[in-house]
Design a binder for this molecule. Structure first.
Ligand SMILES: Cc1cc2nc3c(=O)[nH]c(=O)nc-3n(C[C@H](O)[C@H](O)[C@H](O)COP(=O)(O)O)c2cc1C
Length: 156
């Protein structure tokens, strides 16, 4: 079980000098992942290849954001935004992502994504913004918002 421990509360910080890169086919199946992507997400590169990119989907992310991402991509534009991803161990990490099409001789053949770190201030702001969207959309909302260190010790 993913949620039987408290790992889902643990944030992995993306180092400033690292860029997470992946490519997918037109259905969002991962065709390439760099070593940094594997390290930050807690998977092996080989485990990621061939999987749907939603393997990283965090339940705190509003559905509508990904719907917007796919609509934007299908209209031939680049999508940019903040994404909270779930690690293999249930922990999480935030990235600023740029997702766009890969064209060969003017034909869309794949999608690519490059992701960079996000400051803690922006993470806090975006988490609140996404909670609001989820509430508005009557999407499931987060149960745990913020834990004090003492509360954290109590549940671990
Ligand atoms: C190149 C590319 C990169 C993506 N990166 C992520 C990602 O880092 N995290 C994520 O949750 N979804 C990512 N997605 C979107 C997923 O394919 C998927 O739409 C999303 O996780 C929501 O899952 P669902 O479509 O099954 O509802 C990416 C899609 C593409 C095309």
């Amino acid at each position: 079980m993913r949620y039987d421990k408290s790992e889902f509360l643990i944030q992995t910080i993306v180092p400033e000098d690292e860029i997470i890169i992946s490519r997918t086919d037109l259905n969002g199946i991962i065709t390439y992942a760099n070593e940094t992507f594997a390290q930050i997400s807690g998977y092996q590169v080989e485990e990621l290849i061939g999987k749907s990119h939603n393997i990283l989907r965090h339940p705190d992310m509003p559905k509508i954001l990904f719907e917007h991402m796919w609509k934007t991509l299908k209209s031939g534009k680049m999508w940019q935004g903040y994404v909270k991803n779930m690690r293999k161990d249930g922990g999480y990490y935030w990235v600023y992502a740029e997702v766009s099409g890969v064209y060969k001789e003017n034909i869309l053949v794949e999608y690519k994504s490059m992701r960079s770190p996000v400051s803690l201030e922006v993470i806090e702001k975006m988490q609140k913004a996404y909670d609001k969207i989820k509430l508005k959309q009557k999407d499931k909302i987060r149960v745990i918002q913020y834990l004090s260190y003492d509360e954290y010790l109590e549940i671990t």
